[in-house]
Design a protein around this ligand. Structure first.
Ligand SMILES: Nc1ncnc2c1ncn2[C@@H]1O[C@H](COP(=O)(O)OP(=O)(O)OP(=O)(O)O)[C@@H](O)[C@H]1O
Length: 494
């Protein structure tokens, strides 16, 4: 219930909704969201309208910068209003008063702090403030930040519910990054700061960051976590500069328990943002708050990033995610197929794991496509339909291995000279490895038969065709030979 003197509560709330609307138009969306959106109506008494904000810092700012305007707007709505008072209400109380939508978004007036003692409540310290119950309530809905945080909800990106530790398939290429991420998610004290995850596109950096956040959220729902891309960080900063709200910006970032910045390579070359990022980073690390960073390169290789920043980024634990191996790709496919509840023949998963070597995102995309296709046309998944549906992706992935690499690997394996791949020698000891290399060139690259022939000492395309047939025949009749060739193939595919 609103503490209401001269006005009915409903009427006051309606007036407040109009005041808010006009404030929003006057100050602009950015400033409104940062400063005025968190304001909630408590009530009025003796001609003074009382509104609450969640922190003392915010109260000072709003009182110093907007009080006159707020008073004037109130007066124009209701001439009996003689003044306004901005008070601090701790987040829990404010939640009761406002939940996530401000009165403007609602037809109903909201409950004030239960004991009506909002104005006497001390302003909590930044980290305490971060721990309000409103935070947990908001985060239960899957959104990442809290309505009481004065713009946090605007800053942190939502988390993908699929990106958990349980859904992350661990293999040699990512085991260090996974172990480090788990440690950060599970540890009570900050284990290393920052955790710097790096690796190529689509290899699971974002997945691991979200998994850390989910895990911390589950263990300590009151912790304030911000996850966002470096680009969004820059955008927020530039916006804060433009609207002269850098204080709010700093306050928001420096009061978190865990800060996660994805794709930090994009921060390179932008000095003012880098500077701000550096200060934010230092402030958090100094306060022993966990920082997690991801990038496509190691700290020392980040281009356009100042030396002091690069060195600081490498102070904690630097964990890289390597390109996937065949085994990891196969496990990921099997796990995803199971998750989707579809039966996929082993032949198909093996084929995909062999062929789609670029990254996990593409692998997932390929799987989704074949499953969608099979569902649509109502037929089961076979190797043929897979090849058909994915011909474009498969071709793009084929270009990874060069014929030269194949020749080198095969020569090494059979202990012959690389030059024998192009020589005219016909002895079985060199002719067979040459045929295997031709076969693999056909399998692993997008080169045509004549092109392959040319690379093998200018041989005719029929010779290559013969080699491919011969190797196929031998594979079918000689298990040891087949195993040999498969091993080579796997090694070449990385
Ligand atoms: N080991 C893994 N197990 C399960 N899924 C994975 C694994 N690695 C990556 N993925 C999946 O692959 C997709 C791409 O991963 P993610 O977005 O985390 O990549 P990234 O490294 O952040 O890429 P970018 O550099 O483009 O941001 C996601 O759907 C993710 O769930």
């Amino acid at each position: 219930m609103l503490e209401s003197g001269c006005e009915g509560a409903g009427e006051l709330a309606e007036q407040w909704a109009r005041v808010r609307g006009r404030l929003r138009t006057e100050v602009g969306e950015a400033a409104f969201r940062s400063w005025l959106k968190p304001l909630t109506l408590v009530g009025d008494r003796d001609g003074v309208v009382r509104m609450a904000v969640p922190t003392r810092f915010m109260r000072d700012w709003v009182s110093g910068n907007y009080a006159d305007r707020i008073r004037a707007l109130w007066k124009s709505e209701n001439p009996t209003v003689g003044g306004v008072e901005i008070v601090v209400a701790p987040p829990a109380q404010k939640t009761a008063a406002s939940q996530d939508a401000g009165p403007m978004d609602s037809d109903q007036p909201r409950e004030p702090a239960p004991n009506g003692a909002a104005q006497t409540a001390p302003a909590p310290a930044p980290s305490e403030r971060a721990h309000g119950t409103a935070g947990s309530a908001a985060n239960d809905s899957g959104l990442y930040e809290t309505p009481e945080s004065g713009g946090f909800d605007d800053i942190s990106a939502p988390l993908d519910p699929r990106f958990t530790f349980e859904n992350f398939v661990v293999g040699k290429p990512n085991e260090l990054a996974y172990a480090a991420a788990r440690r950060v998610g599970e540890a009570d004290a900050v284990p290393f700061n920052p955790l710097f995850l790096y690796g190529g596109v689509g290899l699971g950096k974002t997945h691991l960051m979200h998994a850390i956040a989910w895990h911390i959220r589950a263990r300590s729902p009151r912790k304030k976590i911000i996850y966002l891309s470096a680009e969004k960080f820059m955008y927020q900063f530039v916006r804060a500069l433009r609207t002269k709200n850098t204080m709010a910006f700093k306050e928001q970032f420096r009061s978190v328990d865990v800060l996660m910045i994805d794709d930090v390579q994009f921060i390179g070359g932008r000095e003012a943002t880098q500077e701000e990022f550096f200060h934010t980073f230092n402030a958090l690390v100094d306060q022993n708050r966990q920082v997690v960073i991801s990038a496509d390169k190691s700290p020392s290789d980040l281009e356009g990033v100042e030396e002091r920043m690069r060195s600081r980024l490498g102070w904690g634990l630097v964990a890289d995610i390597h390109p996937t191996t065949y085994e990891l790709r196969l496990s990921i496919l099997q796990a995803k197929a199971e998750e989707m509840g579809v039966a996929i023949p082993a032949k198909v998963t093996e084929f995909l794991a062999h062929k789609i070597t670029s990254n996990v995102r593409e692998l997932e995309g390929a799987l989704n496509r074949i499953v969608a296709h099979a569902t649509l046309v109502g037929r089961s998944i076979t190797l043929e339909t897979t090849q058909d549906v994915l011909h474009d992706v498969l071709r793009a992935n084929d270009r990874r291995v060069t014929i030269e690499e194949i020749q080198k690997k095969v020569a090494q394996h059979y202990n012959v000279r690389v030059s024998d791949m192009s020589s005219a020698r016909r002895a079985r000891a060199v002719a067979r490895p040459r045929q295997v290399a031709m076969y693999l060139a056909k399998q692993l690259t997008a080169r045509s038969l004549p092109e392959i022939g040319r690379k093998f000492g200018g041989r005719d395309h029929t010779t290559v065709m013969h080699a491919v047939r011969k190797v196929d025949e031998l594979r079918a009749t000689d298990a040891a030979f087949a195993e040999d060739v498969d091993l080579l193939k796997r090694m070449l595919e990385g």
